[in-house]
Ligand binder design. Structure first.
Ligand SMILES: [Zn+2]
Length: 455
């Protein structure tokens, strides 16, 4: 059965080195987490799978990697300076601060008091000084989403690649939101990574593309191991849509703490490009313009050769959180099994391409030079296959090594034992994570076997 409580996952993540509380030794920095030795591999594998599906396997998407520090004008004209905020109230009795929509019957959610302040807007962006002068003007923001840098670079990408609609620009990277109440482990955090695609289409074809992207993204999450019974695409009701959106699907996943958003797929219309474009009055703009006095020096539009006119493309945005993705695949993969001999084991049934360690090479005796030499050579040979991390275990305890690799999701273990050095032809034991079955493979055939296993 999959993980049923967040505690199970938090415990495994700490015990085996996936995820740690940030600044743990100083009592923890709230809303921030660090990825450990295995977490960094899992996260990188998930991102690589996204990039492969969104950029490499398509012929209509380009990638970018833009600065995290963001010019204030970008976030002014995008609307974030004015509207990216949460309505907050303070409890005058217990001094806690909470989102106004989390009040229970108008009472403080901590102490139940009704002695509350008026609702105030609290901006979620991190503001920071840029350069040596602190004059109140020389500041920027840590980006609250990766999307805006894509819009601002729209013309650069179009000019350098000669793209025409439909086409997309993809970006993965850190974003920052000063969440009032970070919670649920890595689900809601203040520093996180996004995997975002802005897919530009001809106005009028946007709803059709919106459907296509919903299907494509559902399929991708299934390929990462999530079962459809735990995924639920939900069309957001009109009255709950973000100010820039005409239609949005949220893909919900059944996390241990409940059914919550894993990815959003928004039809952002021409809102962003229009807001960053000079001479807006030249265009028929569908969306509300945030500030008419835009001082951008670039026209973020395309020329329609047939109609002989400029137009601003609409954009479909599939936007997924990396941390939420990691949490979802961990939830799905976490399995507690009762074995035939009465023992129990925890096994992470991760998809092979996501497993932090692909193969563990385990020498039976670490003080046997011959065994160690072969183990080292196997690791070197398997690494050449380019399948990812191959680790050499030298704990000297096979049972413990198997248990550890079950828990971290290593698909196969290769054990070098006395038969390897004494029998002809030389062979090793392969142990499968899911079935726990063991069989011998000739040393000479091992690279081909492993290559086939991961293909
Ligand atoms: Zn209170």
């Amino acid at each position: 059965m999959p993980a049923t409580s967040m505690e199970q996952l938090v415990s495994l993540c700490k015990r085996r080195g996936f995820i740690f509380q940030n600044a743990d030794i100083y009592g923890g920095f709230q809303g921030l987490y660090d990825f450990g030795p295995l977490g960094v591999e899992l996260k990188n594998n998930l991102k690589a799978a996204w990039w492969r599906a969104m950029v490499y396997e398509r012929d209509d998407v380009e990638g970018v990697d833009c600065a995290i520090l963001t010019h204030r004008k970008v976030l002014h004209y995008s609307g974030h300076e004015d509207t990216f905020s949460d309505p907050m109230v303070d409890c005058k009795d217990c001094k806690c601060r909470m989102r106004a929509d989390t009040l229970k019957d108008g009472k403080c959610s901590e102490c139940g008091s009704t002695n509350l302040t008026e609702i105030r807007q609290f901006n979620l962006m991190f503001k920071t000084n840029v350069g040596p002068i602190d004059d109140g003007e020389s500041f920027g923001y840590l980006r609250p989403e990766t999307a805006q840098a894509i819009f601002v670079n729209f013309k650069n990408v179009v000019d350098s690649t000669s793209r025409k609609v439909p086409f997309g620009i993809a970006q993965m990277g850190k974003s920052f939101r000063n969440e009032i109440t970070p919670r649920n482990f890595i689900f809601r955090v203040r520093e996180f990574e996004q995997m975002e695609l802005e897919f530009f289409v001809e106005p009028g074809t946007d709803l059709e593309w919106h459907e296509k992207w919903k299907e494509a993204r559902l399929k991708w999450w299934q390929e990462q191991g999530l079962s459809m019974e735990n995924i639920k695409p939900v069309a957001i009701p009109k009255e709950d849509l973000a100010h820039y959106s005409k239609a949005t699907y949220d893909i919900y996943y059944k996390f241990p703490h409940g059914l919550e958003e894993l990815e959003g797929i928004a039809d952002r219309t021409d809102y962003d490009l229009a807001n960053h474009s000079k001479n807006q009055s030249e265009f028929k703009i569908s969306a509300h313009v945030h500030d008419k006095n835009v001082d951008s020096n670039s026209k973020l539009a395309l020329y329609d050769e047939e109609k002989k006119e400029w137009f601003i493309p609409f954009v479909i945005e599939p936007s997924a959180g990396v941390e939420r993705g990691v949490l979802a695949v961990l939830t799905e993969a976490y399995t507690e099994e009762k074995l035939e001999n009465g023992n129990e084991r925890i096994v992470l049934k991760l998809k092979k391409h996501l497993a932090p360690i692909k193969v563990a090479v385990i020498p039976l005796k670490r003080n046997n030079e011959q065994i160690m030499a072969i183990a080292h050579k196997i690791k070197k040979d398997l690494l050449k296959l380019g399948i990812g991390r191959v680790s050499l275990e030298d704990s000297g305890n096979i049972g413990k090594a198997y248990r550890r690799h079950d828990e971290v999701g290593t698909p196969i273990c290769v054990t070098v034992d006395f038969e390897t050095i004494e029998a002809e032809p030389a062979s090793v034991t392969i142990r499968d994570r899911d079935t726990m079955r063991q069989h011998r493979v000739n040393l000479i055939d091992l690279p081909d076997y492993v290559k086939e296993f991961f293909s």
